[in-house]
Design a protein around this ligand. Sequence first.
Ligand SMILES: [Zn+2]
Length: 521
Amino acid sequence: MKPEVEIYDTTLRDGSQGEGINFSVLDKLRIAEQLDSFGVHYIEGGWPGSNPKDIEFFNEARHKKFKRTKLAAFGATRRKDVAVANDDQVRLLLQADTPVVTIFGKSWLLHVKKVLRTTADENLAMIADTVRFLKENGKFVVYDAEHAFDGFKDNDEYALATWQAAEKAGADVIALCDTNGGSLPGEIAKITGTARATLRARLGIHTHDDAGLGVANALAALETGASHVQGTINGYGERTGNCNLTSVIPNVFFKLGKSCVPPSALPRLKNLSQFVDEIANFRHNPRQPWVGSAAFAHKGGTHVNAVQKIVRSYEHIDPASVGNTRNVLISDLAGRSNIVMKARELGIQLADDAPELREILARVKALEHQGYEFEAAGGSLAVLIRKILHHQALPIEVRAYHVSMRYEGKSSVCEATIKVQVDGKSAHTVAEGDGPVNALDSALRGALASFYPQVKAIRLTDYKVRILDSSAGTAAKTRVLIQSSDGREEWGTVGVSDNIIEASLQALVDSMDYRLVKKGR
Ligand SMILES: [Zn+2]
């Protein structure tokens, strides 16, 4: 069945023009594989005329078998006053050997005259010649009408003439681009409607997020005649980024009710978003709509209370439909419901009227007053709840530790010694590390490994330190938040002390305790 809306991903081309993004050829291939398995219809792999890395990508991609997606090479119309067959940049597009070629051309006379410095007629010829040449070479051609909306607002007749030139030459898709990202949804809808009434080719939309409207503008076009949408995973791209496909895809499917990627892929959306962030070496944005960790997080007591009765009361959609999860935040605002829901989330059964609830709540509030924070430290909260419920004695007890640092020759070495009591037996280990926390982590892990070999799989994935304001004239406190992973699950733990090493050790011990108690020893 043909999808009602085609998804065209340009993470590897427009997305890689974003600040701080630098994909290797291997990175690009890995992302392309994921996009293919997710089911996007087109992947724009790069601009072979702009850099050798993209040429190498297409050379490698040629050997890959894509199941669902078609690969596109991106480029420009021929240069002015040059025959298209003699244009090197166009020749490289053919050499990329992709089924789809996407070229951009000018819709806006300002660009034709001031940037290209050519005539209105020559620009029309550049568009028509290039599209026709690519069609003659057997390509499926997507024509990206750069500055389509700005051009149309400046001179509607000329903008339309450029799109018609592409259509007449055989373009399969004409994608209207809000290249500068400054248009409003109403303008996009009106101009797309006019283009729909005038052109027969499939219409596409390519937007940027400069005014915070990238997704809204794409949806406006999809409601008024476009049926092909271009964007990037997580909204990567030039300046403030491109239209974010991780928002567009669920909006098309759930809100506009149109088919796009296979429905079975939607619960993998969050995974895809996290995967691409990992490859780009970005931390996943918690506030990202649909897929962020905060997208279905409930904090205010009344919200949590209502969600517990009926989830629809404060959720626009079931988080599982995009692979996300409901997350109940614990904080000063927490009511009993938060604790009960959080406990369930952590696998601890706790009745609504359990007598321990009052004590747990009081303890959480007292600790938060001291500077603890449990929102990102579900692991520490689980340990705390278990301590109060006396369900199980916690496995680890630290009896003594010592950390030292010395400078030798050209570098400094940290050494940590730790003595722990585990189920009545004690262990004593020494370890070195690049820093005091690293040394302490190694020593703790070493001491535990003889009792619980599974701690070897635990990795510290993030370590954050915050100096808390001193109140009442006491010394400033340090809060340490760590994130740990065993390859399958991630959890956060927290420690607070006026000593950074002590705070770190608390968080490290909580992390091990959490893992050992949750998964069984
Ligand atoms: Zn763009």
